[in-house]
Structure formats: structure tokens, C-alpha cells
Design a protein around this ligand. Structure first.
Ligand SMILES: CC(C)(COP(=O)(O)OP(=O)(O)OC[C@H]1O[C@@H](n2cnc3c(N)ncnc32)[C@H](O)[C@@H]1OP(=O)(O)O)[C@@H](O)C(=O)NCCC(=O)NCCS
Length: 193
């Protein structure tokens, strides 16, 4: 699937952009659509890893209320959304850490109906570029223990488990996570360390 960043010329004539994935910064009005993807992706991707009752009770509106999209604050997390034919199908959130040379991928979710179409890979490349633009040289992401799909996904993009694990609370849920790192952020899609 071709990709372009919002604000650049489309690679197809107007009205023929079907199949073109657009990445752009999240706006406040995206919150409901992002939250719907967030919850659906949790429910499909974390089934068997997080108690079913927790997953079934997730409420998109609670998540939507806590996003801070469109704030002009370089020290706050930044979210990029992926749009397929105008509909939000995924998002990635990046943020600075205490070590300014190492940026963190805080979230990366694709709607389950759109998995395995290369959208996550595009978002991951966009997230690496976003982190590099804010001065980071390296990246890290915490992956839910047992999330084999995500581990395979990150490894394919040059991220490696550094051997550390942690207990954390994510959206009120106690989880165990593995730390994956990328020693260089590269310069976009397909760039390997
Ligand atoms: C993990 C997730 C984001 C992947 O998104 P996706 O859109 O389905 O992934 P893609 O279609 O882009 O990946 C396609 C393939 O490219 C691979 N790939 C990714 N980056 C690559 C790269 N730079 N070079 C080569 N291959 C790459 C992936 O491993 C995958 O290969 P596979 O099908 O053999 O496993 C998605 O499944 C998801 O939202 N899961 C639930 C939430 C989750 O686990 N998020 C991660 C939180 S840490």
C-alpha cells in the first residue's frame, strides 16, 4: 500500500486515493475514532493475555477522554494516525524519556480488520522518524509478555528484547512487559540498524 504524509501531494489524482494510507498528527476530533481502534485492538490482540472480563468491559469513551491530541507541547506524547480512505485504522504514540537520546514508542495499535496489510509497519516507520526528529538516537518499547505477534513484528523491524521485564499497570490493568530496543532509529521505512 502506498503511503504519504498529510500535507504532501497525493500519489494518485484527486478522488482516486483508495489504497493510499495517509499518516498525519492526531487532532482533538480524532479521539473517538482512535479510542475505537484502541479498544478493538486490545480486545483482539490481548485476548488470552489480559482477563476477558477486563477486555469486554473496555469503554472507548473513557480512553477518548484521556487523550491529549493537538496540544503544542514538545514534552508531551505525540500521536500519529493512519487513515485508509479517510477512516482511522491505526495510531502510534511516541514520547520523550528521561534519557533524551532514547525515545519511547508508547503505543501502536491497528484495527484488527486491517491487520496484516502493512499498516503497522508504516506506523512504526513513522514513529521512528518522529522520535528521530525530536532528537532521539535510539528507541524502546515495552511489549506485553506473551504478545508473540507484536514481538515478531518488532523483531522484523530491527528491535531486540534487551532481557529486561517489568511489572506495570496499563490503563488500570496489572501486566508484565518485555523491553525491546532499537539501537538506531534509521531514517524511515525499511531502514534496519
Ligand atoms: C502488532 C500490530 C501493530 C501489527 O500491525 P499490522 O498492521 O498487522 O502489521 P503489518 O501488517 O504492518 O506487519 C506485516 C509484516 O511485516 C513485518 N514487518 C514489520 N516491520 C518490518 C520491516 N521493517 N521489515 C520487514 N518486515 C517487517 C511484520 O513482522 C509482519 O510480518 P508477519 O506477517 O510475518 O508477522 C497489530 O497486530 C496490532 O495492533 N496488534 C494488537 C496491539 C499490539 O500488540 N500492539 C503492540 C503494542 S507494544
Amino acid at each position: 500500500m502506498p503511503v504519504r504524509e498529510a500535507g504532501t501531494a497525493p500519489s494518485s489524482p484527486p478522488g482516486q486515493t483508495e489504497g493510499v494510507l495517509v499518516l498525519r498528527p492526531a487532532r482533538p476530533e480524532d479521539a473517538a475514532a482512535v479510542a475505537a481502534v484502541h479498544v478493538r485492538s486490545w480486545q483482539a490482540g490481548y485476548r488470552g493475555l489480559i482477563p476477558a472480563a477486563v477486555l469486554d468491559d473496555l469503554r472507548p469513551e473513557e480512553r477518548a477522554a484521556r487523550y491529549r491530541f493537538g496540544e503544542d507541547d514538545a514534552s508531551a506524547p505525540a500521536t500519529v494516525v493512519a487513515l485508509d480512505d479517510g477512516a482511522i485504522v491505526g495510531f502510534a504514540t511516541t514520547g520523550p524519556r528521561e534519557d533524551p537520546a532514547c525515545g519511547e514508542l508508547l503505543a501502536l495499535y491497528v484495527d484488527p480488520d486491517a491487520w496484516d496489510r502493512g499498516i503497522g509497519r508504516r506506523l512504526l516507520a513513522g514513529a521512528r522518524v518522529a522520535l528521530a526528529r525530536t532528537g532521539s538516537e535510539r528507541g524502546l518499547v515495552w511489549v506485553l509478555a506473551g504478545n508473540a505477534r507484536a514481538e515478531r513484528f518488532y523483531r522484523a523491524d530491527g528491535w531486540e528484547h534487551d532481557g529486561t521485564r517489568r511489572h506495570a499497570e496499563v490503563w488500570g490493568v496489572a501486566v508484565e512487559e518485555l523491553c525491546y530496543r532499537r539501537p538506531h532509529l534509521g531514517d524511515g521505512l525499511g531502514a534496519r540498524p
